[in-house]
Design a protein around this ligand. Structure first.
Ligand SMILES: [Zn+2]
Length: 345
């Protein structure tokens, strides 16, 4: 039987939008009078306005109404079955026999496999493998538990997290640690309306985007990688990147190959969620990643970002509305923001 859920654990689940907690408690938001399932996709409430309830009935008794977006009282039998299986796999730390997982919820193995895959995007066995892989990667980078990692990395739920982790971990963190040993980086410098732009990419995605930098700067950053200029596949990616910089908008389709600490990656994910044409303060970003006290750290994670524009650190400004800093000068930051605001009119 599962342990009672502490408020801290519940809040972590809310921040991670962890569907594994749906049906196990509801999140009451006293400022709006609504209660939600933990994974609700709506914007996160402020921590001080949140009260946790065991279920919808308890929240209703406290005068709250169910959220129309996430329908907290309609956690279906299928969802419960999937969530119970996820809990079991997590607790076991390894793959469990499909027949056993199915038997727990009284489904046939084939039906259960279909229901699970539809919900998480992975078969139960693949889910267990992804979980293990992620645990190994976390052990490598010294972060805490998988739940912490999901929360730290700012993913909206386990399924997204694991599919992203599969892609992201194509390059082992230790490879980046060794200055890119064994990695081929293709690069080019192109003129843009914002000045000379350097773009570099591995076969996984863009690993550096900067302005007014030369090959030597790239070499210093990745001293052990082999640097190759241009290339046909790279030319295509480069075209997409130039287009994204000239008409900044939604560039979520351009792959990135970056590796930071769990906290840095959470900040970078949060930056990628800011809609083009909008800005946030450092304090808002810190709150967004669930560490409202870490405003300075959010600022430096912002600055530590290797890939300008595509990780839109230019969308973060000071709380007083002034521009704050930018690695490539305030003029470029202002022009990027102007382009994005213009694009929205
Ligand atoms: Zn909701």
């Amino acid at each position: 039987m599962s342990q009672p859920i502490t408020d801290d654990e519940a809040w972590d689940a809310v921040i991670a939008r962890d569907r594994a907690y749906d049906g196990r408690f509801v999140t009451g938001v006293v400022s709006t009078g609504i209660y939600c399932r933990p994974s609700c996709a709506a914007r996160h409430p402020r921590r001080e306005n949140v009260r946790f309830f065991a279920d919808g009935a308890a929240a209703t008794k406290a005068g709250l109404r169910p959220c129309l977006r996430c329908s907290p009282n309609d956690v279906s039998r299928d969802e419960r079955a999937v969530l119970a299986a996820i809990e079991a796999i997590k607790a076991a730390g390894q793959s469990l026999a499909l027949a056993d997982l199915a038997a727990r919820c009284g489904y046939s193995p084939t039906h259960f496999q279909r229901v699970f895959t539809r919900s998480t995007g992975l078969s139960p066995a693949a889910y267990a493998r992804a979980l293990q892989k992620e645990r190994m990667a976390q052990a490598l980078s010294g972060a805490g538990s998988v739940t912490d990692a999901i929360y730290d990395a700012g993913f909206s739920g386990p399924a997204r997290f694991y599919s992203a982790a599969e892609e992201r971990l194509g390059m082992a963190p230790s490879v980046w640690r060794n200055g890119g040993r064994g990695v081929t980086i293709r690069w080019a410098i192109v003129p843009t309306s914002l000045g000379s732009m350097l773009v570099a990419a591995t076969d996984k995605g863009v690993c550096r985007l900067s302005f007014n930098e030369d090959e030597q700067a790239l070499r210093t950053r990745f001293p052990n990688a082999s640097l190759v200029q241009g290339g046909a596949v790279f030319a295509q990616l480069l075209g997409d990147v130039v287009a994204a910089v000239e008409a900044p908008g939604d560039f979520g389709h351009i792959p990135l190959d970056v590796k930071g600490t769990a906290f840095q990656e959470a900040v970078w994910q949060a930056l990628r969620r800011i809609p083009p044409g909008e800005t946030r303060s450092y304090a808002q970003i810190a709150a967004e990643v669930g560490k409202p006290g870490a405003v300075r750290a959010a600022g430096s994670a912002n600055g530590a970002n290797n890939v300008a524009v595509l990780i839109p650190c230019h969308r973060v400004i000071r709380s007083d509305g002034s521009l704050g800093g930018y690695a490539y000068g305030l003029e470029i930051k202002q022009r990027l923001l102007d382009k994005e605001r213009h694009g929205r009119d």
